[in-house]
Design a protein around this ligand. Structure first.
Ligand code: ADP
Ligand code: MG
Length: 345
């Protein structure tokens, strides 16, 4: 019996680009899967295929027990989607937006009104409830977007980079809301570029790169698989980083990560404290001053680096709508038309 979200061999190409190159997923009911990957990995394409917005070239998808390709309408009725293709109307107030969604789902006016009031409360939007959405800050818009996806409490939710571009305080607030939501039994697939977010919210993490799931497991399993400890050094003088990297390479058991702006170098090791002492001596012999040095357990960042050969964050390019970005109604419907062009009919 497949889970609440199930995909097998999903392939989607755009011309020469193989956005999905055989994606397999299986998310049990009530679980949270974090789909983690750099920009262009295929996260949004996967979400769009699973939510009926895009038809895969091949493969199979089942959501909430329903075949996505055969019965897209039935799937749409049992899912909520928030993120890059959000449907907030700028000219309506927060309250009106939520009531409108309720009515689209055929709720009675009174019930839609009550549900909107409940969500405004839950998402800390009561004070702004009767202002047009276009006056909202980035964080408020994200919260309204998420609230809109929850009007009918769907059993399966998809969130595409729900907190990209938010400041840490807003991100934390949204995490709390998401935790509340999943404590109620909702199955959630969440995409993110933030390893910390996946670590915080997801039971299970699937790392995606080049349209494929390259590793999957709990955060601890992935860290254990990456293995060993890390030596982390902050050198005093940026000019000496290349030499320091050379020293670390001599002791390390894998790729040395060099972070110019923080003057930090990290290398996986086996050998613990004894090795640490040797490294300190060698750096000293070469006359390299150090601000800080220590041993630590691997983080998800290390997992990502060792799996993909590059860091997860800081990539540029295609981002979800920037917070506070204001689109006119026409621009938006034009964009939605483009996005909907390949929707499953
Ligand atoms: N509509 C499209 N037309 C052409 N290429 C696309 C389209 N959508 C996505 N792609 C390409 O597919 C790849 C995966 O994109 P996407 O799923 O948006 O990645 P992510 O969400 O992980 O950043 C990228 O190379 C992207 O440029
Ligand atoms: Mg994306």
């Amino acid at each position: 019996m497949p889970g609440a979200i199930y995909a097998e061999g999903l392939v989607k190409t755009f011309g020469d680009v193989r956005a999905l190159d055989g994606v397999d997923l299986d998310v049990p009911e009530g679980a949270v899967l974090g789909l983690l990957g750099p920009n262009g990995a295929g996260k949004t394409t996967a979400v769009r295929c699973l939510t009926t917005l895009l038809r895969p070239d091949s493969g199979k998808a089942v959501v909430a027990g329903v075949d996505v390709l055969r019965h897209p309408d039935a799937v749409r009725r049992s899912i909520g989607l928030s993120g890059q293709f959000a449907a907030v109307d700028e000219y309506l107030t927060g309250r009106e937006n939520l009531q409108m969604v309720g009515q689209l789902y055929q709720m009675r006016a009174k019930a839609a009104k009550a549900r909107a009031a409940e969500l405004l409360e839950q998402f800390h939007l009561v004070d702004a409830a009767d202002r047009p959405a276009k006056t909202y800050s980035g964080g408020m818009r994200r919260r309204l977007d998420l609230a809109a996806a929850l009007v009918v409490s769907p059993p399966v939710m998809f969130m595409d980079e729900p907190t990209t571009g938010l400041d840490p305080r807003n991100r934390q607030q949204l995490w709390e809301v998401i935790k509340q939501l999943v404590s109620g039994g909702t199955t959630l697939l969440l995409t993110t570029q933030y390893l910390e977010e996946a670590d915080h919210l997801a039971h299970d993490i699937a790392v995606v790169d080049h349209g494929r799931v390259i590793a999957q497991g709990t955060s601890d399993e992935l860290k254990a698989r990456t293995g060993g400890e890390r030596v982390e050094v902050v050198v005093q003088d940026r000019e000496r980083m290349a030499t320091a990297a050379e020293v670390l390479r001599g002791f390390g058991k894998g790729e040395t990560a060099v972070e110019e702006h923080t003057r930090r170098l990290t290398v996986p090791v086996t050998g613990g404290a004894k090795l640490l002492a040797e490294i300190i001596r060698e750096l000293d012999t070469r006359g390299i001053g150090i601000d800080d040095i220590g041993l630590r357990r691997p983080t998800l960042d290390d997992v990502f680096l060792s799996l993909t050969g590059h860091a997860a964050q800081g990539a540029d390019g295609d981002q979800p709508d920037a917070p506070g970005e204001r689109k006119t109604r026409d621009e938006r419907s034009e964009r939605n038309e483009r996005n909907g062009k390949e929707a499953v009919k």
